[in-house]
Structure formats: C-alpha cells, structure tokens
Design a protein around this ligand. Sequence first.
Ligand code: DGJ
Length: 383
Amino acid sequence: MHRFFIHTFTVISIVLMTLCLPAAAKNANDSFKPGEIWLDEAGTPINAHGGGILFHEGRYYWFGEHKIEGKEGNFAHVGVHCYSSEDLYRWKDEGIALKVSKNPKSDIAKGGILERPKVVYCAKTKKFVMWFHLEIGQNYSTARSAVAVADTVTGPYRFIESKRINAGFWPMNVHGRFKEPLRADETEYLKKIQMRGGPVEGYPLDMIYRRDFFDGQMARDMTVFVDDDGTAYHIYSSEENGTLHIARLTDDYLNHSGDWVRVFPGKFNEAPAIFKKNGKYFMFASGCTGWSPNAARLAVADSIMGEWTELGNPCRGTEEEKNFTFHSQSTFVIPVVGKPDTFIFMADRWNPENAIDGRYVWLPVLFDENGIPYLEWRDEWKY
Ligand code: DGJ
C-alpha cells in the first residue's frame, strides 16, 4: 500500500513537472531578443511602450504606455504600466502606476493621448515624479506636459496638472530681437502655414516660441534626465516639433524653473533619449514621421544646456537598418548599474494597426575608438 502511494506520487510529480517545464523555460528570460514578444514573469507580454527606466534601491522600474488592441490602442485607455526587475531581463508586473480618469472632464480622461511617461526620484522631497506628454482629446494639438507624483515607486501616482510650459520666459540662448513677441506681419505669416508635426516648407525658424511666449511652450515627445548633481531636465520636441527644448526643472522636479534653451531649430527631432559618459552628454533622437521609423540621429554636448553638436546617424549595418533604426524609434537610454560605461538603447517598434503588439528593441550602446556611440543589430544579446 505504502509503495503504491510513493509510486503514484512519483508519476504525478513527473507529469506535473513535464507540463510546467515549457512554460517556465519560456518565461525564464536571461537575454535580450530585440523585436520579439517579451513576456513578464507571469508569461504575459510586457505592455509598457514609449517607456523609461528608473533604478531605485536595487531594482529597475520600467514605466510605459499601456496599450490595448487595435487602432484604438493608440489612445490611452488604461494608463501607465509599471514593471520591476533586478537584472533588466526578467520583469515582474507591478500594475498600473497612473490610471486614466473616468471623468471625461479630467485632463487625463480615458481615450485621450498620454505618451512617453518618465519617472524620476527626487531625493530632496523623497517623492517619485512622473512627467509625460499629454494631448487633451484625440489629436495632437494641445501639446501639453503633465506631471504626477507618488510616495512609493510603483504608485499609485496622483495626477497634479497638465500645461504649456515656461510661459513668460525667454530661452537662455537667444538674444536681441529674438527675445521679442511676434509682430503683426509675423502672426499673419504663421497663420498661413499648415503645421503637421513634421517638416513643412517655410517653417519659421524663430517665430513659434515667440508666438507661445505668453501661453507657454508646446511639448510633445519627451524625456527627463537627472544629472549627477541632482538637477533634473525636461527635454522635449517643441515649436510644432521643429525644435528641441531643454528645460531645467525646479528642485522638487514638479515645475519648470524658467531656464531653458532651444536646440537644433528647424531640424524636427523627436524621441529624445539622453545619457552621460565621461562628462559628455549624448542624445539619440529621431526624425518626425509619425509611427513609421526613420533614421536615428545622435548629438553631443559638454554641458546639457548646450552647445549641442550633431554627430549624424549612429546606426551601423545595412541601408535598411540605418535608414529605419532597425525599425524602431528611441525612447530611453539605460545606464546599467554596477557596470561602468554600459548603456542600453531602448526603442519602440510601433504597431499603430494593433498598438498592443508594438515591440521593444533594446540594443547595446557601443563606442568607437574616439568614444562616439553607435548601434548595431543583435538577434540576441546580454550586457
Ligand atoms: C511619434 C512619436 O514619437 C510617438 O510618441 C507618437 O507621438 C507618434 N509619433 C504619433 O504619430
């Protein structure tokens, strides 16, 4: 009788182990496979697009846009999803850190546009601060910046406000007549130009920020970067996407300080992602072609507020890989903690027809003999 039980137990154990093994093996990520479906620890595809990473007390936290199926998934129906990991390969679902609101009058009402959330930790206030690009409604016209705050890293985050930013402050890197509100003839000129978020003929290089001086600057694709001295900067596509701005945040990271600069006027950069190595600031960005990929751009500066210098396309490989950035668009650069000079280029392969199936393209940031970063395709890799 006793032997019968032992035998039955062994058989059941073997059957159970065989059934469970494939699932366990499937979820045991220990490498990056750019562009492939990436499962979290529970076996569900990770849903955190246009995201960024915060390292806090020994763990990485990945915040990104939660997308739903179909074209409707291009709008915010759920909120900002958070995952955590100790090695960047295996991710635990931490749930929705910031929920969209059921109140249609809220700035973050369900069904609007909420993109590229980035979370930073403010050591001074001991708060976690989330910035994101917000459009009220379903078209890209309001170009607002929004902020939410939490006491614990995974949230819940409390939405504070959304607005146009740096109203009443002139950029620090313009002078003389470039610090004057628009004249009547310039206002008339601007009315005639149909801006579509990408390059247009006659794009006015020095008018849009002056038009927006009183009501605040536009901000769409964005990131937040915290420097070694704890100062935080908001980097965003402004002026109808034609010009990047870099703006210093206040010490509590909840507002704009009024110090800001214009970078590459008229070059139409979006998807900015910044990192710092050996005292130099590097910025990956893309051109403005909606959800379709284009050639990446790279720039360098000795000071975050500039001067910035363009370094061209950082991608190496086939023409296709270079022209379309491995079919992806930058969102963040992850410094790997404890591994000096190790950085990960984090990008999105968007799928606007079925937004939830957008993929993640993470590649190593490589450096040439002059210390200039470049990117190359990998089917599978580890840091
Ligand atoms: C490209 C941006 O990088 C995305 O975040 C999103 O705004 C799409 N454009 C919308 O077309």
